[in-house]
Design a protein around this ligand. Structure first.
Ligand code: AMP
Ligand code: MG
Length: 318
């Protein structure tokens, strides 16, 4: 892509965030939660985000009209990482009819009665749609790994949950995502990378502001005590499941405004790559349209233009 083409800046912005397939990630060493583009200020960022949001709206309309590809956006983060705010801001311009958000919590009894990917598979996007997973199937190698009692509750046969279960899950997830990609469902994976100190500040804000209290629970503080275990689980997950067909992007999350720009950019890049188009009519369909147009024009009341819309907007015939 030429440097001044739309999308060139987006590609440049997200390149350092991409986890190279096959690389061994050490989160603390390789990705700085406070990283931002040199010189970019919060003030300037508002215009950039607006551009990104407008792009997403335009592309989503074409994605829906083309009805061939679906897009699955997986958002992972620790508590207070900014998943909710990212969804609210980044998707604020898109037509709600084409977007479904699913939040995954502690699995229900019904969900535990199925294989572990079942509940995620039920929420996949249809062609033309964007599905957002607020937490995703990756919880199955994160919280379930850090707290193995979750695995016990999943009712697996004993032979299926012993040694090697996490490596097996990585493989199964990679295979599943490959299957989806091969069948027109693009998988976008965003990991919001928050620092321990910024999480502390955001937890305090949730405690200090009454209208934020509902977002905080003592369990969140207990999870924070397992910080190091989560960092290891994240690093291994990023190493094992960043693939050519569904790479991970590590979004620096300490500055919410920059995280949102990055998230919008990665999703926009996916849509740019898909390059959806409004369907073009075939010869016969065009002929039929023109026939109906002539009939409608013939019904114009006396004194009214035959085609008021064309007269107003000077569009040419289809
Ligand atoms: P929140 O997103 O803050 O509403 O919290 C949802 C909770 O559900 C988090 O504590 C997650 O760790 C937990 N959770 C999500 N997926 C799973 C899973 N597959 N197994 C166990 N717990 C999960
Ligand atoms: Mg929570």
């Amino acid at each position: 892509m030429a440097k001044d083409e739309p999308g060139a800046n987006i590609a440049e912005l997200i390149r350092p965030l991409r986890v190279k397939p096959g690389s061994r990630v050490n989160l603390a060493r390789d990705f700085d939660p406070a990283y931002k583009l040199a010189g970019l200020t919060k003030k300037e960022s508002a215009g950039l985000l607006r551009t990104g949001i407008a792009m997403l709206a335009d592309y989503q309309a074409r994605l829906a009209a083309q009805d061939t590809y679906g897009v699955l956006v997986c958002l992972q983060a620790l508590d207070a990482g900014g998943k909710d705010g990212t969804i609210r801001h980044v998707m604020s311009g898109v037509n709600p009819q084409g977007v479904q958000v699913s939040s995954f919590k502690v699995p229900s009894a019904e969900e535990l009665d199925h294989d572990y990917l079942w509940r995620y598979a039920r929420r996949l996007p249809a062609r033309g749609d964007i599905a957002i997973f607020n937490r995703s199937h990756y919880e199955e190698v994160l919280v379930v790994r850090v707290h193995p009692d979750n695995l016990d509750r999943e009712k697996l046969p004993p032979a299926c949950k012993g040694k090697g279960v996490w490596e097996r899950r990585y493989r199964e997830i990679n295979d599943w995502e490959r299957y989806l990609t091969d069948n027109g469902i693009k998988v976008v994976k965003l990991f919001l990378n928050l620092s321990r100190e910024e999480q502390r500040v955001r937890f305090l804000k949730r405690i200090d502001l009454p209208e934020k209290n509902w977002k905080f629970s003592a369990a969140d503080a207990r999870e924070r005590e397992r910080w190091d275990d989560y960092q290891v689980a994240f690093s291994q997950m990023l190493s094992a499941t960043s693939t050519a067909w569904a790479p991970w992007y590590v979004i620096p999350a300490d500055r919410k405004w920059f995280a949102r720009i990055c998230a919008a950019a990665v999703i926009a890049q996916t849509l740019i790559d898909i390059d959806p188009h409004y369907p073009q009519l075939g010869k016969e369909e065009r002929r039929q349209l023109l026939e109906v147009k002539a009939e409608l024009e013939a019904q114009a009341p006396k004194g009214a233009p035959a085609d008021p819309f064309a007269a107003r907007s000077r569009v040419s015939a289809p």
